[in-house]
Design a protein around this ligand. Structure first.
Ligand SMILES: O=P(O)(O)OC[C@@H](O)[C@@H](O)c1c[nH]c2ccccc12
Length: 267
């Protein structure tokens, strides 16, 4: 039986092919050239030197939760998160399952100086061009979605476009593959994309199997300073937080609380 991830990947491939067939490459290339990528990994490293580096996610809906935030203005959210101390942003661009869009990314990226990740299911080199043209500084690559061969192709294309890569894994074998392919920023997603269930204990466990000096990002289901403290103790330096912020009437205040209570417990 196909998993949720299989379903999303098949849909993504269809959508990408449609966009490729009608794309205005001249405009896309001009827009891509006009955006000089800001270092995503460098920004996380700088932030992590003095506290938890938080990647705040701009996400309207998800397959598991449905609509998360009705009052949704990417540029405003981006500015608020930057002012509250986010090290970087992640913006969902998948339309079918997350109600995201490249326009959200473009608006968020243009509103801030901190770097932005295009959060999507990247299956084609064309999406790297789209990403940079919409103001992305980094892209996501999900190990479970690819063979090593496609992963390295997409990695090379992202690098050629000057984009940093957040490489996402969910088990030890995927972590090994990510390290062997030379990724320097590895996210452990506690949500299994095949079933969309969350396994927080997996995030704590996996970090101990790391063999390189890649920076580790804990992803999904993070809601409190205690979650961050627990993952920091396990070796994580950066934290991707979406729903817990997006559900709040004041997402920036929620982010500030996460950052501040972290310091006050003396971690
Ligand atoms: O909203 P949360 O539970 O804080 O999770 C954020 C992020 O980890 C999640 O949105 C995510 C992680 N990997 C993904 C891949 C595709 C789409 C979404 C995701």
């Amino acid at each position: 039986m196909p998993t949720k991830l299989d379903e999303i990947l098949a849909n993504t491939a269809l959508q990408v092919n449609t966009r490729k067939a009608t794309a205005d490459y001249t405009t896309l290339e001009q827009k891509a050239a006009a955006h000089t990528p800001r270092g995503f990994v460098a920004a996380l490293r700088t932030a992590a030197a003095s506290g938890p580096a938080i990647i705040s996610e701009i996400k309207k809906a998800s397959p598991s939760k449905g609509l998360i935030r009705a009052d949704f203005h990417p540029a405003t959210l981006a500015r608020m998160f930057e002012a509250a101390g986010a090290a970087a942003l992640s913006v969902l661009t998948d339309e079918s399952f997350f109600q995201g869009s490249l326009e959200h990314l473009e608006a968020a990226s243009a509103a801030v100086r901190i770097p932005c990740l295009r959060k999507d299911f990247m299956v084609d080199r064309f999406q790297m061009l789209e990403a940079r043209a919409s103001g992305a500084d980094a892209i996501l690559l999900i190990v479970a979605a690819h063979t090593d061969e496609t992963l390295s192709d997409l990695r090379d294309e992202a690098r050629r476009m000057g984009l940093d890569i957040l490489c996402e894994v969910h088990d030890r074998e995927e972590l090994n593959r990510a390290e062997q392919l030379g990724f320097n920023l590895i996210g452990v997603n506690s949500r299994d994309l095949r079933t969309f269930t969350v396994h927080p204990e997996l995030v704590t466990e996996l970090a101990q199997w790391k063999t390189t000096n890649a920076m580790m990002v804990a992803e999904s289901g993070i809601g409190t300073a205690a979650d961050i403290a627990k993952y920091r103790a396990a070796g994580y330096e950066a934290f991707l937080v979406g729903e817990a912020l997006m559900r709040q009437p004041d997402p920036a205040a929620a982010l500030a609380m996460l950052l501040n209570s972290e310091y006050s417990v003396g971690i």
